[in-house]
Design a protein around this ligand. Structure first.
Ligand code: NOJ
Length: 559
């Protein structure tokens, strides 16, 4: 079902395009500035991606999700967009984009692009116009402006805190302030404004016409806001119920009106363009509306990403999410790593998070001068086991560039090299996300480990060489070859979306797909008997009779 084109019974008829390709796809996230640098300026670019399409094809991914590649001041790694319908000149041109998509499609790989609708960059033409226009003007209405408090508006309209730390309101010098839920360079759009709504439809068509197959929607749950005359305090905001669709900022019910308009655009295309929502909502059942066929169609579930390496936690998450997907008619999404979180090979080498919040952003555990309590070998072993388990599940698997190399988080980034606004806005508290965004190593040695000819824009550590593509490519036991084999098998074995649990010990998860494909994961610290059947693949060394600790196997039940 993941073939780009599926043949029809009638050989004379044109091939039918598989509209459901996304349901069980393996999607590989590329953070373009850190993937491959073709022009030697230290920043990855689109021709770099084109030059690595063979690698992606050999890896066996069905689609690429491309993080923002638009013109940007990089105040937030490209999630501050100057122009939604262009390419950052440092990354290439629209012609380079066309060449990249042609090469991907020729290799049978689809392309999903990131779209950032909650906020633009403060360099966006509309925001410049807003600043140059008076209070109450149509130009200001495209963003969220408010009068400040105090005699001359010298105080913020509210004491709200931004997601990156620091205040969420910024003064513009005439008594008005604008809202930025993220960095000050990322003013929030006013989605009640008709021009904003229409402009995004134009953008969706612009990229769809260029052949993109879908969109990843950034902070999809934040677009609809309701700001009353009297704004609540930060404490009141924090205390507001998020479960009812009535919170002033997050996950409001009317956000789905916006996505109904988007769906109409997606459905203008054949096959319909797909979308996946980044929506951090609670309770998780609220994901269903984002994932519905009349909405975006799919939503990220970050539950595994937030969980410790623990059989009971994994099992509960898998059960819940498959139920939810069935209820919404969508397929679920699995993800362990992305550009916002500590890489899972490192997370699983750190002490369990337990009930502490924000398990995914444990960068602080790797910083601060204290010797980190990191067991890198255990981290990689568990990451391989967890990934192999996940790749046998129904639904789509989202992979993040470099995880197929078993890359860990880079903790040792000097302060002067850091880029993430989180680092600057929460000094000393959170080192931010640069550690998972370091350019990936292609060669074991040489300039920026084959990333390009110049120094990479984030410094790469010495140990990257041993984890490079070159170092792993011919090693049958490497993480890279584990991923290659797993993706090839998965491509062949993914059939229907059902799963049956087999009886197992508490520390073991064992499930079976309809075609007899089974995954068995031992999360425990002692070996367990290996179930009968032909072993197709294992995340680590096994012997004939036993499944070692922290290891997953795929087996084909005897017929
Ligand atoms: C979520 C993105 O994944 C993250 O990288 C970004 O900083 C925020 N949204 C704001 O756009």
């Amino acid at each position: 079902m993941t073939e780009l084109l599926t043949s029809t019974a009638d050989a004379a008829a044109p091939p039918r395009i598989d509209a459901d390709w996304w349901r069980q796809a393996t999607v590989y996230q590329i953070y373009p500035r850190s993937f491959a640098d073709a022009n030697g300026d230290g920043i990855g670019d689109l021709p770099g991606i084109t030059s690595r399409v063979d690698y992606l094809a050999r890896l066996g991914v069905d689609a690429v999700w491309l993080s923002p590649f638009y013109p940007s001041a990089l105040a937030d790694g490209g999630y501050d967009v100057d122009d939604y319908r262009n390419v950052d000149p440092r990354l290439g041109t629209l012609a380079d984009f066309d060449a990249m998509i042609a090469a991907l499609h020729a290799a049978g790989i689809r392309l999903i692009v990131d779209i950032v609708p909650n906020h633009s960059s403060d360099r966006h033409e509309w925001f410049r116009q807003a600043l140059a226009s008076p209070k109450g003007s149509p130009e200001r209405d495209r963003y969220v402006f408010r009068d400040g408090l105090g005699a001359n508006g010298e105080l913020p309209p509210a004491d709200w805190t931004s997601m990156f730390g620091g205040p969420a309101w910024e003064p513009v010098g005439d008594g008005q302030w604008y809202l930025h839920l993220f960095a000050p360079e990322q003013p929030d759009f006013n989605w009640r404004n008709k021009e904003v709504r229409e402009d995004f439809l134009t953008t969706l068509r612009f990229w769809s016409d260029r052949g993109v197959d879908g969109f990843r929607v950034d902070v999809a749950h934040a677009l609809a806001k309701h700001l009353p005359e009297d704004l609540p305090s930060e404490a009141e905001l924090q205390a507001m119920d998020r479960a009812t669709g009535t919170h002033l900022l997050w996950d409001r019910d009317e956000v789905h009106d916006i996505y109904a308009d988007w769906r109409a655009v997606f459905d203008e295309y054949d096959p319909p363009r797909i979308a996946v929502a980044e929506a951090w909502v609670n309770p998780p059942s609220r994901r269903a509306r984002y994932a519905s066929a009349s909405g975006l169609g799919q939503a990220f579930n970050f539950d595994l990403l937030e969980a410790d390496f623990d059989a009971a936690a994994f099992r509960g998450i898998i059960v819940d999410n498959l139920d939810q997907a069935a209820a919404s008619g969508s397929s679920t999404t699995w993800v362990f790593s992305n550009h916002d979180v500590v890489r899972h090979a490192t997370r699983y080498g750190l002490p369990p998070n337990g009930d502490r919040p924000r398990v995914h952003n444990r960068a602080w555990l790797l910083s601060g001068g204290a010797e980190p309590a990191l067991d890198a070998a255990a981290g990689l072993r568990r990451a391989r086991a967890a990934t192999l388990l996940m790749l046998a599940l129904p639904g789509s698997a989202y992979l993040y560039q470099g995880e197929e190399l078993g890359l860990g988080e880079v903790a040792a980034i000097p302060a002067e090299s850091r880029q993430d606004p989180t680092f600057f806005r929460s000094p000393g508290v959170d080192v931010g996300r640069d550690g998972c965004r370091v350019p990936i190593p292609w060669t074991a040695a040489g300039d920026s480990f084959g990333f390009g000819t110049a120094d990479a824009h984030l410094p790469q550590p010495e140990w990257f060489g041993a984890l490079s593509v070159e170092a792993q490519s011919e090693d049958p036991s490497s993480t890279l070859n584990l991923y290659r084999e797993a993706l090839a098998l998965r491509h062949r074995l993914q059939t229907d979306e059902s799963l049956t649990w087999a009886d197992s010990a508490e520390e073991v998860l064992h499930f079976r797909r309809a075609n007899g494909w089974e995954a068995v994961a031992n999360f425990g610290t002692t070996a367990v008997p290996l179930p009968a059947g032909e072993v197709l693949l294992a995340s680590g060394p096994i012997d004939a009779a036993a499944l070692p600790p922290e290891t997953t196997v795929w087996i084909k039940a005897g017929s």
